[in-house]
Every structure is written in structure tokens, then in C-alpha cells.
Design a protein around this ligand. Sequence first.
Ligand SMILES: Nc1ncnc2c1ncn2[C@@H]1O[C@H](COP(=O)(O)OP(=O)(O)OP(=O)(O)O)[C@@H](O)[C@H]1O
Ligand SMILES: [Mg+2]
Length: 345
Amino acid sequence: MEVIGLDIGFGYTKATNGQRFIVFKSVYGEASELQFREQLLSDPDEEEYLHLEIDDHNYFVGELAERQSVERYFTLDQSQFVAEFTKVLALTPLSQMVERQEPVKLVAGLPISHYRRHRSELINILKGQHPLVIINKNGEREDSVVRVSDVKVVPQPFGTVMNLMLSDLGEVRDRRFLGEKIGVIDVGFRTTDYTIADRTRYSERGSKTTDTGISRAYATIAAKLQESSGINVELYRLYNAVDRGSIKIHGKRYDLKLVKEHAFSQLASQIATDANRLWANDWDIDRVMITGGGGAVLAPFMSSHLKGEIMPVEPGTDTRLNNVRGYWKYGKRLWTRGATATQTE
Ligand SMILES: Nc1ncnc2c1ncn2[C@@H]1O[C@H](COP(=O)(O)OP(=O)(O)OP(=O)(O)O)[C@@H](O)[C@H]1O
Ligand SMILES: [Mg+2]
């Protein structure tokens, strides 16, 4: 039996079995017949080759789809995302991480405001036997079956809270958090989730989802770029360019620093204003944690607008992985903790 945390985000899909992490862009496309598979030069940063066949459809997934598929699928619509995307995006990392037929127990998340609406749909899609074919870099095919025996769905920012509170064994690791009231702001690609963990309890009043993910800022940047270059750059292709501060289109370099500063600070201020308003009655929050990949990018712009003490991000952590780490720890707690552990707590 293998416990896996799975965070299928609009931007990136993240999965872990506690030892290994698989992260790829939440994009897939029709697989094409690659005539020439040799690599030009070996590349140390090379991404994983994600290619599989499900229900007689042949898919390239993640960066491979971005580079090689003519038809690519990417969405920012929640209902479409659950119904059409989750199966491919979930089975891809599972097929890489789990031995054929080994039962998988899965913890996955949904945005707070879509939790009730999509929870059972998501469980139905993921649970059960999924026959598939894994195709490797050399074009060799391997039949496999992913067998998902249990699925637990939690509201997304819960992962970050669990990650703070639990150790890798699923035990409570830091008792300080048990007595504190912590606000969490999870800025993702499309959504921002706000939640409060009040002495380990979940506060409905302090929780909500808005569509102020980092893609809002990317959309502003893309619009400016279209004005100057005439090219409509897909939002999911912008991360590296924005991170670098410039992009090259048809050989010409466009500077993005100014528009980026502007778009990020505007979005950060809006998210902080939303949080201040949502938590107006919760002035007794001890600390606020900013998480999600967008959180890392926006945190420097947010602190001056946000009320309360902000927990610093530990240097070197990839904040995109906070939720999935917590899902996995929660899974360990649910499914593998022995009786002795319960007594010592
Ligand atoms: N190392 C990194 N690589 C790529 N993106 C990063 C990195 N660090 C931060 N980011 C930012 O994180 C964003 C994605 O964040 P995250 O993975 O938390 O979103 P998501 O969970 O896919 O989206 P949502 O929660 O809306 O479904 C990227 O768009 C980028 O702005
Ligand atoms: Mg997310």
C-alpha cells in the first residue's frame, strides 16, 4: 500500500509519496509520433518524459505537451478542470510513482468554494482501477494498472496547515501551532484560498476562495506584451520569462520588469485587502502564513498591506509544494499510524 499526496493545481500538478516529488505543468496534449527521439545534447535540467495512453487516447503531459503537442489543453474553468483534466493529470504521476497493481491511498484537494460541489465527482473519477500504457523516452510501451483504493479530499489550504503541524510520520510535531490561531493565504495560479486554523479547528467564517491567482498578473503582462509584440503568449508559458524579467519574441527582447512590478504590487494589494476585510473580526490571529507558488512571488509586495504578523518563508523551500506535503502527511496520519502513536500524543 502506498500513500500519495496529490495537488492538481491550475498551474502545476504536484504529487509525492514522501520520498519523491513529481511536479509538472497542468497541461496535456495529443501525443505525436516522434520521428527522432535522440536528444541534441544531454541536459542536466531535463524534465521528465510524461507520455501515456489512457482509454485509447495517447497523451503528452506537462512540458512535453508544451513543446511537442500541436493540440494542447489547458483551462482555468473549475468544472471543466475537474471533469476533463483531473484523470489524465492524476494518473500521470501515479503511474510513475506506484508499482503496477499496488493499492494507492490518495489525499487530494479542492479550492474551498468548490469543495462541496466537486468533492464526490473527484472521488468517483479517481477511485478504482485504471488500466493504462506507459510509454518511455525510447518509445517502448509498458502495460500498467493504477489501483486507487481510497481517496480523501480536503480543502486545499488544509495541506499547508497539516504540513506545519505534522511530522513525516503524521505525528503532531510542533505543539505551538495547536494553541495558535493561524491565517493562511494560498496564492495559486488561478485561485487564492483564505483560511483560518484556530487551535486546529477550521473556521468557516474566515475561509473563502477568490480568483485572484497569480495568472491575473500574468494576464496584465501578456496584454502589454501583445500590444508591443503582436504575439499572444499563453499564460502558462510566461513563468520563466517573468521570473527572468524579459522575454525574447521573434528574436527581439522585451523588458518585463516595470510591467511586472506594477502588476504584482496591484494584485498583492488586492489580495491583502480581501484578507483584511475577510478577517476583520479575527483580529486575534497570531500569525499569517503566505503559501502557494504565487505566494512566494507576491509575499514581498504584500507585507506592507496586510494586517498582522507574517510568517517568513524558509529560504530554499518551494512553496508550491506546501499543500501536497501536508496532504501526504495527513494520509500517513489517516492510514498508517500505529496504535502506540495514538497513545503517546
Ligand atoms: N520554482 C517555480 N517554478 C514555477 N513556478 C513557480 C516557482 N515558484 C513560484 N512559482 C509561481 O507559482 C505559480 C504556481 O503556483 P501553484 O503551483 O501554487 O499554483 P496551483 O496550485 O497550480 O494553482 P491553483 O491553486 O490556482 O490551482 C506559478 O505560476 C509561478 O508564478
Ligand atoms: Mg494550489
